[in-house]
Design a protein around this ligand. Structure first.
Ligand SMILES: [Zn+2]
Length: 352
């Protein structure tokens, strides 16, 4: 009889433990290294003296990145896959293949009264951040329209470049004024002080794109995350999207140093997110990429200069699968090999 009771207790304990493992996260941070393939991460590892944060993720998967129009995706179709769960044509910002608008996941959080924020090292109207609040048929002519769409988004926080698309517009409107009327606090540097209990924040820190790391961007990205965590943290949780945009630009430029410096900066920003997640055990972090850029490869290391010998297949994106690293409640859902659209479905499943 006693044995049976012990067996019953063990089963109950096992069930409750398994339930704890699948508990839904309160906060979700989706981090996108634009153009970040395995060689980009590998190069940063080989060239860094310190261990990188990627090593702290135990749940790892891979995504297939092709779009509806090509085996090679662009950032717009790639981010639309994450934000809507639909493969679409290259250049589409949350539009389906019939150019009809799709609802993006950020609004599912807003519908649930959960705070949301978007951070990028490009203009906030660039394809990847744009896919987390706007809709447009053509990313290349979308900047001013996306800025206008942001005004009615109810997203709590937006940090990046792109001030001119809000202030120096062809329609002469000043969207910063409109945002301030809607209760947003506006700053033009992440070093600026913000009032206590700021609930809506917009930080546009460059006319178009913020500088690269080698041009002196400094700790902009990790500081932005700190600022966002302060602004978004609340009892109901938050959804935050963070883009390391310029890893991709290093790939387009076939510039290995550019890739590595941007990757190491992205790693620092992951550290800021991980430090937060480790302290509360209720935050899911997903780190992935929209595609690889450059067909980047490492073919050796120069013993004298201690620099990697690298090469590129092209100056554009490639179709190689990219990694997904996940940490926190629900992270095991992101293991395995799947389509980029599954990132959306897996997040949706966790916020049901
Ligand atoms: Zn690109």
């Amino acid at each position: 009889m006693e044995n049976r009771f012990l067996l019953f207790l063990s089963i109950m304990l096992f069930i409750s433990c398994s339930e704890n493992e699948t508990v839904n996260p309160k906060n979700i941070i989706l981090m996108i290294g634009d153009g970040m393939g395995l060689s980009q991460i590998s190069a940063a590892y080989y060239q860094s003296n310190d261990e990188l944060c990627f090593s702290e993720f135990e749940d790892i998967g891979f995504i297939k990145t092709h779009s509806a129009s090509s085996i090679i995706t662009d950032s717009a179709a790639g981010a639309t896959a994450f934000s809507t769960g639909k493969k679409t044509y290259n250049g589409a910002i949350n539009m389906d293949t019939d150019t009809l608008p799709l609802k993006c996941i950020t609004y599912d959080f807003i519908d649930k009264n959960i705070k949301t924020g978007i951070i990028t090292t490009s203009s906030v109207t660039h394809a990847t951040p744009g896919c987390f609040y706007g809709n447009n048929k053509d990313r290349w002519t979308a900047d001013e329209e996306l800025a206008l769409q942001f005004i009615n988004s109810n997203i709590n926080l937006l940090i990046g470049g792109g001030q001119k698309f809000f202030k120096n517009r062809s329609d002469n409107r000043n969207l910063i004024d409109s945002l301030e009327q809607k209760g947003y606090h506006f700053i033009s540097s992440v070093n600026d002080q913000i009032p206590e209990n700021t609930d809506k924040l917009i930080a546009l820190c460059a006319p178009k794109h913020p500088k690269s790391i080698s041009q002196g961007r400094g700790n902009f990205l990790s500081q932005s995350i700190e600022l966002a965590l302060k602004t978004l943290k609340n009892e109901r949780g938050f959804f935050m999207v963070v883009e390391g945009a310029q890893i991709d630009w290093g790939g387009h430029d076939n510039d290995s140093d550019y890739i590595i410096s941007e990757l190491l900066d992205f790693d620092k920003s992951i550290k800021a997110a991980l430090n937060f997640a480790k302290n509360n055990n209720e935050t899911l972090i997903i780190v992935t990429a929209d595609h690889e850029t450059g067909g980047y490869g490492i073919t050796g290391k120069n013993d004298k200069t201690n620099k990697l010998i690298t090469g590129f297949l092209n100056d554009d994106h490639t179709a190689t699968m990219v990694p997904v690293f996940s940490y926190g409640p629900g992270s095991s859902n992101f293991k395995g090999i799947f389509d980029n659209t599954e990132i959306y479905h897996k997040i949706k499943e966790l916020i049901k």
